[in-house]
Design a protein around this ligand. Sequence first.
Ligand code: GDP
Ligand code: IMO
Ligand code: MG
Length: 421
Amino acid sequence: MVDVLLGLQWGDEGKGKIVDFFAKDYDVVARFQGGPNAGHTLYVQDKKVVLHQIPSGVFHPGIVNLIGNGVVLDPVTLKKECDTVASFGIDLKKNLFISKRTHLILPTHRALDKAAELSKGNQKIGSTLKGIGPTYMDKTGRNGLRVGDLLDKNFTTQYIKLRLKHQRLLDNYNFQEDITAWEEEFFEALEFLKQLNIVNGEYFINEQLKAGKRILAEGAQGSMLDIDFGTFPYVTSSNTISAGVCNGLGVAPQHIRDVIGVTKAYCTRVGGGPFPTELDNETGEELRKIGNEFGATTGRPRRCGWIDLVALNFACMINGVTKIVMTKADVLDAFKELDVCAAYKVNGIETKEVPFQMDREKPEPVYRQFAGWDTPSSKATKADELPATMKTYVDFINKYLGVDIHYISNGPGREQIIKVK
Ligand code: GDP
Ligand code: IMO
Ligand code: MG
């Protein structure tokens, strides 16, 4: 069976920490979409590690980790990440596998990402500039190169052909930067990549299923950044929702059991695009400071606001969420009053639906107010030590969404998580 763990908001919900926590219950952890735009933070031997492409189960020696075909892979980032992981004594030869069908991010994809963003002016997406969009464009445009192509003797010829195509596009953008150094590191990293376990990912995962192994599919980004259902065009370029697991790994839908959705106790967004509950004031500033809301990949300050149940309800619906994990509850320790967005007002009319184009329809949040925690939460280790007011907050969310919060995370540490259901 396959359980899915994914973000219900605009990313950075704490997926890395939660995958790492649940990993002991699984035999395989697999990434099914996204690329090095992800930054999943975990603490290993009290050291902070940020993973971009390697699944967050990698620090558990008995667990097999798969980078699936739906991922886009930057060999340079992968090599750096492998070095970090290996420095903890992890043998990647034993526990990391990469699908042949995974598309490669080329240096020119990164250049194109940068050039395209620059050309958008103040309508820019706020991309992480890791080459994600252009690589997925080459996949759907049927031009891209895949990890399996590396094993073909014509790889360099194919590379040169695609590079020339990219150069014409870069010339159109009048992109002048010299990317020779990027190409040098890229080819060096390809040699490293060739030494790793490259497999037919779809057979690999289905053999694991047949053998009765338990698989956890680890989502990147968040549901509101999904290419189809997110706040388009301010989204990423892959299907971040549970449906992405089937085509991103090659598993049939009937194998999927639980869909575990991760949400913060409030909400953040990094990059451009609509964010109805954003607090562009002192409260937002405080959330950012206390929650240390700065991008794990780019270091950019994250925009902060109250929890948005309209968007969360939408995310639960499109993902088929069966269990929720609420993270960063401790960050709200400092607030006397908490707002919860329970509806939107669009053109003066109240609705509980996410509008087609948030950008144009500009939904205003309709808030319900809750008392802040009556006692600090970060020291709690059991459900009955959590503040009574937190229970009221959680009960309201559970009832609204029709799905229950099963775990509450009350600090970044590996052990700071409490089962509440
Ligand atoms: P991901 O992309 O979803 O894996 O999330 P990130 O790693 O980008 O961002 C989440 C941040 O919150 C990281 O710095 C985590 O260490 C931190 N974090 C995770 N859970 C908690 C929590 O319950 N409380 C606090 N204070 N920090 C947390
Ligand atoms: P994790 O997995 C938060 C955002 C970017 C930008 C938009 C498109 O750590 O939760 P892209 O690089 O895909 O062209 O960026 O999506 N974004 C993320 N925001 N967490 C992420 O990943 C993100 N990955 C992309 O900021 O607005
Ligand atoms: Mg992140």
